[in-house]
Ligand binder design. Structure first.
Ligand SMILES: Nc1nc2c(ncn2[C@@H]2O[C@H](COP(=O)(O)OP(=O)(O)OP(=O)(O)O)[C@@H](O)[C@H]2O)c(=O)[nH]1
Ligand SMILES: [Mg+2]
Length: 271
């Protein structure tokens, strides 16, 4: 191949794998903690740890607030799913021009840095007063996230993704509960529902009575929130704005849940 100059040649090769998502579409993003089983082991409570859950929630909320076009997020275990739309109006831009390498690398970096902010604070809070902070942080294990980005052709297929992840969350939540209280051997050859039945009968632990955030995961979407700010004379003024808020997930697998998902992810934005 012949090129006019060095720059043309280098840019040509680099550009060959600069793939883009198809615009005017429903863009899905999934971020997953790398090797979190090891990171979590011996650090966080089983089956569920609120401090870990809060770190994941804050990371998801940060992504919603810092990535253009996010409408809805779902958090469960060490994973976060995001829905981004770029067809709100004919003028709406696709974030990062739809460039997959940019979307994946920047979103993974945003998640990684934000999670590590809270993870570092959590680690430091466990320290003794006279610890050398610099030395402690230099030895601390840091977290990383991977990131995948793709599109689905319609809103129903976007809903299907969140339903798929929530069904996985429910199954894992049941299994994680059973594995916390009963020996592994006893659970072999039993499905998730049988496992929580056994946990109830033998240990009196009722998975069905757990809080929704543990059973169904958490959603992040915009909710009307009131706040107080100072005006230029220093007086308190109340304001109302739509703010990305973390809430316990509702069940997606029925008509009511599906409808509410459409309300929060699409209808609220007139799409
Ligand atoms: N103790 C505890 N573990 C949790 C909690 N939430 C998620 N986990 C664990 O987090 C791990 C996430 O698993 P995966 O994402 O499948 O595995 P991974 O080790 O991160 O591996 P890769 O994602 O392939 O890099 C599982 O072992 C879960 O049991 C929690 O609240 N408490
Ligand atoms: Mg993981």
């Amino acid at each position: 191949m012949k090129f006019n100059n060095l720059e043309d040649k280098c840019q040509y090769y680099r550009g060959l794998t600069d793939y883009k998502v198809c615009g005017n579409n429903n863009i899905l993003v999934m971020l997953d903690g790398k090797n979190f089983s090891t990171l979590i082991k011996n650090n966080f409570k089983k089956p569920f740890d609120d401090e870990f859950i809060n770190m994941m929630n804050r990371t998801a909320q940060f992504l919603c607030n810092n990535v253009q076009g996010v409408k809805f997020a779902y958090v469960q275990s060490d994973e976060i799913s995001l829905l981004i739309t770029d067809y709100d109006t004919p003028e709406t831009d696709t974030p990062f021009g739809g460039r997959i390498c940019k979307l994946q690398s920047i979103l993974a970096s945003l998640a990684t840095s934000e999670f590590n902010r809270w993870f570092t604070i959590w680690n430091l809070n466990k320290c003794y007063d006279n610890v050398n902070v610099g030395e402690f942080i230099s030895k601390m294990k840091m977290a990383q996230f991977d990131c995948k980005v793709w599109t689905v052709p319609n809103q129903n297929d976007a809903y299907a993704w969140f339903l798929y992840r929530q069904l996985d969350c429910i199954k894992n939540s049941k299994q994680q509960t059973a594995q916390t209280y009963l020996p592994h051997k006893q659970l072999l050859n039993h499905d998730a529902d049988e496992q929580i039945e056994m946990t109830l009968n033998e240990k009196g632990i009722n998975w069905n009575k757990f809080e929704d955030k543990y059973k169904y995961g958490r959603f992040v979407y915009k909710i009307e929130t009131t706040g107080v700010a100072k005006d230029n004379k220093g007086n308190d003024v109340e304001y109302v704005r739509n703010k990305f808020t973390v809430v316990p997930a509702f069940v997606l697998s029925n008509e009511e849940g599906k409808n509410k998902f459409y309300d929060e992810a699409f209808r609220k934005y007139g799409i």
